[in-house]
Design a protein around this ligand. Structure first.
Ligand code: ZN
Length: 162
């Protein structure tokens, strides 16, 4: 069975940035599962894996435009610490959803740093602007269920709650 649209694919991988520093690792026994052809993973990797068979290995590197996009400095915002509850743990990397006063869906920002009484938030994805290097292997391929296709994501693995 090969990797095609509407199949669920399990991969193990090591992700490194352009300087070779390891960012993420998924080992045998806890592969990462996604639904192919639905934009669940970065475009570069989804294109690479099309047509792969179980056991096939990959070693690929992507520019930001095929990964999480370029870093946009205009997406930084400074917010006063007073805007957060006193017991709020302002940890760098923590995602925060800012809801606009006029309503609407809002946007996810990440805490970049705390500088004095200011919190610097960043609307870029944490890996935006980085070259990404993946080495890994396809460990499982199966047909997706109708429900998975309807939802646009795999129901195997984590990140699944309705
Ligand atoms: Zn679902």
């Amino acid at each position: 069975m090969e990797v095609l649209k509407n199949r669920v694919v399990g991969v193990t991988y090591v992700l490194r940035d352009g300087k070779g520093e390891e960012l993420e690792r998924r080992e045998e026994g806890e592969p990462f599962y996604y639904l192919h052809g639905h934009g669940n993973i970065i475009p570069g990797l989804e294109n690479t894996l099309s047509g792969f068979e179980e056991g096939d290995e990959f070693d690929v590197e992507f520019d930001p435009e095929d990964a999480y996009g370029d870093y946009n400095p205009n997406l930084q915002q400074r917010v006063s610490k007073d805007e957060f509850p006193d017991d709020f743990d302002l940890k760098p990397g923590l995602p925060i959803q800012l809801i606009p006063e006029e309503g609407g869906a809002g946007m996810v920002f990440f805490i970049k740093e705390v500088a004095g009484d200011q919190v610097i938030l960043d609307g870029n994805a944490p890996l935006a602007g980085k070259r990404l290097h993946f080495t890994g292997r396809v460990v499982e391929i199966r047909e997706a269920t109708e429900e998975e296709i309807e939802h646009g994501h795999a129901h195997t693995g984590e990140h699944h709650h309705h």
